[in-house]
Design a protein around this ligand. Structure first.
Ligand SMILES: Nc1ncnc2c1ncn2[C@@H]1O[C@H](COP(=O)(O)OP(=O)(O)OP(=O)(O)O)[C@@H](O)[C@H]1O
Length: 474
């Protein structure tokens, strides 16, 4: 890519992330960050009829970095692109380099969260999955999950980072440009609500497992590609293309039963126990949230009129955290990880019972793939759920019926790069907006992924919980 194009795109990221004029002769991210810092110190801005204070960037960030994510360059990407930006923008951060799988999960499960205003991960989506489940493992999960989360893309998929960038109205960018864009969003510090899906695995009883997912649930082709392509991670995002081509060559059919609760026939699961009703006064009302097409939550974004003159916005956020009693758990208060936590799944019945009568049972039992998405992107260059918006409270369910040719399937994946696969009107592709689903594979062995991570194989059901978590995004 020419440096002119790179610069153009980077300027565009800058414009979207900051709302500032990019024609400022900004040569380096450090200088941009200085401008952000000055501009954001006192300004307010009106967007979609809502007044936001733009100085709402987080302070005291705990940054968890997986050194092996992506091509294994996360640490140098962080020091090369983001560290100075955070320093210039006055965002103090402590960097923890994860040492093993589940390290991040254990850390956040046991952390004194009163020490941190945001948890940011620099990795692929897998590390955020760990962090979210670590927060949901806690006895104080209801408050802990309100800790603002941030993502800096360092993996090979970077689906959430790509989705955030897309929700911000930006043109698609990849790798380091996406990182710079997410770095700006982090400096800016606006917080939105993030839907989480509760995923129940196993047919019930003591073996039953419950996970919280922010991105996707996959079975069949997509899950196989995701796991099989891990050996190609040295090629970065291209691993999915390589994996897709390899799996196309050995295309197979997966048998099972799929059922779902259509969104239109389901009442919205309603506000979660952590929703604004339990929030302190400076948090806007649910109606205020609804007016924002992007579902922005202004929990960190105080209306300027509500702030007393001279009051430091950082303090306001800090007070908010404390007044909400959100960050009090100490190591001794923690529950064992196996204790089920989280809001009740009001739309699900036990897996050993038939689905309720208002569910749709898919007549086909032969599939090429089943994919449930709750963000727009499955990877940086896979715009798999083009209708998905931030905090829409929906699972975007796709399945492809058996009988599709290899060529048509390849065409669908190529169209997915631009989110155009639905427009192909492929008769084998079915799309539904749902609030809950159940999948019962028939074969004894197979692959199911949640947020790209391998989970126990077997019957699975899931329900979306709108706005359960919080995410630094704009
Ligand atoms: N130091 C470490 N050594 C080995 N594994 C780690 C380490 N730190 C984290 N992990 C694990 O690596 C797994 C993959 O991490 P992650 O998804 O963030 O990166 P990635 O797989 O490169 O990204 P992507 O999902 O975008 O391809 C996670 O399950 C995480 O637990």
């Amino acid at each position: 890519m020419s440096s002119g194009v790179t610069r153009q795109r980077t300027e565009q990221c800058f414009r979207v992330a900051t709302g500032l004029d990019p024609h400022l002769n900004l040569e380096e991210a450090q200088r941009w960050a200085r401008v952000i810092n000055e501009k954001l110190r006192a300004s307010t801005t009106q967007r979609n009829g809502i007044m936001y204070s733009e100085v709402r960037r987080p302070c005291r960030v705990l940054l968890l970095l997986n050194p092996h994510s992506g091509k294994g360059q996360a640490l140098s990407l962080f020091t090369g692109h983001v560290q100075h930006m955070l320093q210039e923008a006055g965002v103090p951060h402590s960097l923890v380099v994860t040492e093993r799988q589940n390290h991040a999960r254990e850390l956040v499960r046991e952390a004194d969260l009163s020490e941190w205003d945001a948890l940011v991960i620099m990795s692929g989506d897998g590390l955020l999955f760990e962090v979210i489940n670590g927060l949901m493992d806690r006895e104080d999960w209801e408050e802990a999950i309100q800790t603002p989360l941030g993502i800096l893309p360092g993996g090979s998929g970077n689906a959430l980072a790509a989705s955030i960038h897309h929700y911000a109205g930006s043109q698609p960018v990849a790798s380091e440009e996406l990182l710079v864009s997410c770095g700006f969003l982090l400096c800016k510090g606006l917080v939105a609500r993030l839907d989480l899906t509760s995923v129940c695995l196993g047919s019930g009883g003591p073996q039953q497992q419950r996970l919280f997912s922010f991105l996707s649930l996959a079975w069949g082709f997509v899950a196989d590609v995701d796991i099989e392509s891990e050996k190609y991670r040295h090629v970065g995002a291209a691993r999915f293309t390589v994996g897709t081509l390899v799996r196309l060559a050995s295309l197979r059919v997966y048998q099972g039963k799929l059922a779902y609760l259509p969104a239109e026939s389901a009442e919205s699961p309603g506000p979660s126990p952590t929703s604004p009703s339990s929030s302190p006064p400076e948090v806007p009302s649910p109606q205020t949230h609804a007016t924002s097409p992007h579902g922005f939550c202004s929990s960190l974004v105080c209306r300027s009129s509500q702030r007393s003159p001279g009051q430091n916005v950082t303090n306001t956020f800090h007070n908010y955290c404390n007044s909400n009693n959100a960050f009090k758990a100490k190591r001794g208060d923690l529950a064992p990880a196996s204790t089920p936590r989280g809001p009740p799944d009001s739309l699900l019945v036990p897996l050993d019972q038939p689905v309720p009568s208002d569910w749709t049972v898919v007549p086909e039992e032969d599939f090429v793939l089943v994919l449930a998405m709750y963000q727009s992107h499955l990877a940086e260059d896979l715009h798999a759920a083009p209708n998905s918006t931030m905090e829409d409270g929906l699972i975007h369910l796709f399945y492809i019926k058996a009988g599709i040719s290899r060529a048509t399937l390849l065409r669908l994946f190529l169209a997915m790069e631009k989110g155009a696969h639905l427009a192909t009107n492929c008769p084998h592709l079915v799309y539904a907006k749902v609030r809950a689903l159940r999948l019962e594979p028939y074969s004894a062995k197979g692959t199911i992924t949640v947020d790209g991570e391998l989970v126990d194989y077997g019957p699975v059901q899931a329900q979306i919980h709108g706005g359960l978590a919080r995410l630094i995004a704009s």
